[in-house]
Design a protein around this ligand. Structure first.
Ligand SMILES: *Cc1c(COP(=O)(O)O)cnc(C)c1O
Length: 424
């Protein structure tokens, strides 16, 4: 006899669970993941200890090339270095991109040390101190002004240095980047100056001792919907054109933001850059009378340039079973990789693409949860994932770890050893 419940279950269509996008950026040879042509096990023997982050230059280059191929030639590419401020990574990207965007005094130092021209560095961020502004003015980088008060402080410091610093006005638009991982514009925001009050500020600008460059319009981060990006970029161009018309001073520079995302979680797919590039091409033509050839149009990207290049590698310290569930305990965790633990802005915790880097093709699999060594239930790297069976000493790899990894993690929490990052 079938119970009513069973009948219901039988009628349900079999739903295929969403899967991670394919992670093929690192090849596999003899069951082992390869990093820059070397088995990860050999790499570990050379560097000596886990955990570590490794970033692959070839993949960073590939991402830049993808953008250069699909975006109009006129669009300048900047690297927003808060995604990964490791000096080697920043230096490498300074050779591939047209500029760097910094968001702190410390990042400014790293950017300047790459040797790129200060005019190709821009400095954004709410709450810049007088010391921050002084450093930016002395260096000659573009300051993205976040409030009227900040502009007034810039004027005072500029006068005392007898300088006319290049500035751009960061605009908080009256629209948002829809379905974004993080919204940073539209509505009330601490970032930028509300679009509707910018025209009035522009009228006052000729009285300030600054060298006005243009506008910075950044809407959000981690977007995987082409239509949403196209919509935001279309509105950004219209807003920029409107502000240019309202400006008594010439506009030489527009930063249209970025927001391009990468797939992290099951069901997410890589962006198709073709429609985005085609739309930008159209927008440049549509607005050419106002945003002329001599206006530099910049797109600033962090995550898209570096996320795919990075792998976070930790070692299995223990495998235990608790009431039927298998826990793999590693020497890495949320103290190095807060985002993978699901605690960096995520609403619902989901698993990063994960592998057992020394058992890539093993078919002997089981469902396990991978946790870190911290005494907190938040320290989860993978929750109930089907992975090759592991032993103590095996290597767990987390893909998509090149952005917002180590620098976005609470490294001093519980006092575990500091770890290394490698650019290969
Ligand atoms: C964080 C940030 C970026 C980088 O965003 P990604 O999603 O990493 O590309 C760019 N510009 C500004 C102003 C930012 O605050």
């Amino acid at each position: 006899m079938t119970s009513p419940e069973n009948t219901l279950v039988d009628k349900k269509p079999v739903k295929k669970l969403p899967e991670h996008a394919p992670m093929e950026q690192f090849p596999v040879r003899d069951n082992v993941l390869m990093i820059a042509g070397e088995p990860i096990t050999d790499f570990l023997n050379r560097v000596g200890k886990t955990p570590f982050y490794v970033y692959d230059k070839a993949i960073i280059t590939q991402q830049v090339e993808k953008l250069r191929t699909h975006l109009p030639e006129r669009i300048h590419l900047h690297y927003a270095m808060k995604a990964n401020p490791m000096p080697d990574v920043v230096h490498y990207l300074s050779t591939l991109t047209d500029g760097l965007d910094v968001a702190s005094h410390f990042e400014l130092g790293i950017a300047l040390a790459t040797g790129i021209a200060p005019k190709n560095i821009s400095f954004a961020g709410p709450g810049k101190s007088d010391e921050d502004l002084e450093a930016a003015i002395t260096a000659g980088v573009i300051i993205n002004v976040e409030s009227r008060g900040e502009l007034e402080r810039i004027a005072v410091i500029a006068k005392s240095h007898n300088a006319r610093p290049p500035i751009a006005i960061r605009v908080n638009p009256d629209f948002e980047l829809k379905s974004s991982g993080m919204k940073m514009a539209g509505g009330a925001k601490p970032f930028g100056i509300d679009a509707e009050v910018v025209p009035e500020l522009l009228q006052a600008l000729p009285n300030f001792p600054v060298d006005f460059q243009g506008f910075h319009i950044f809407c959000g981060s981690q977007n995987l919907k082409e239509e949403a990006i196209i919509d935001a970029q279309t509105k950004t161009f219209s807003l920029a054109a409107q502000l240019i018309k309202a400006s008594p001073l010439p506009v030489r520079w527009i930063n249209i933001g970025g927001g391009l995302g990468v797939p992290y979680f099951p069901g997410e797919q890589r962006l198709d850059l073709t429609p985005i590039g085609e739309n930008l091409e159209r927008l440049l033509i549509q607005h050419q009378a106002i945003i002329g050839e001599d206006t530099e149009v910049v797109m600033e990207l962090g995550r898209y340039l570096v996320a795919e290049s990075g792998l976070y590698v930790s070692k299995v310290e223990d495998v235990k079973i608790s009431r039927g569930e298998t826990f793999v305990i590693t020497n890495g965790g949320l103290h190095h990789h807060l985002a993978a633990s699901g605690n960096f802005g995520q609403v619902i915790r989901k698993n990063y693409p994960t592998c057992v880097a020394n058992r890539m093709t093993s078919n002997d699999k089981e469902i396990v949860s991978i946790v870190g060594p911290l005494c907190t239930p938040l320290d989860i790297l993978a929750n109930k994932m089907l992975l090759p069976k592991v032993q103590r000493g095996d290597l767990i790899g987390l893909y998509q770890s090149g952005a917002y990894g180590l620098s976005a993690s609470p490294t001093r929490f519980l006092g575990h050893p500091q770890i290394h990052e490698y650019l290969v």
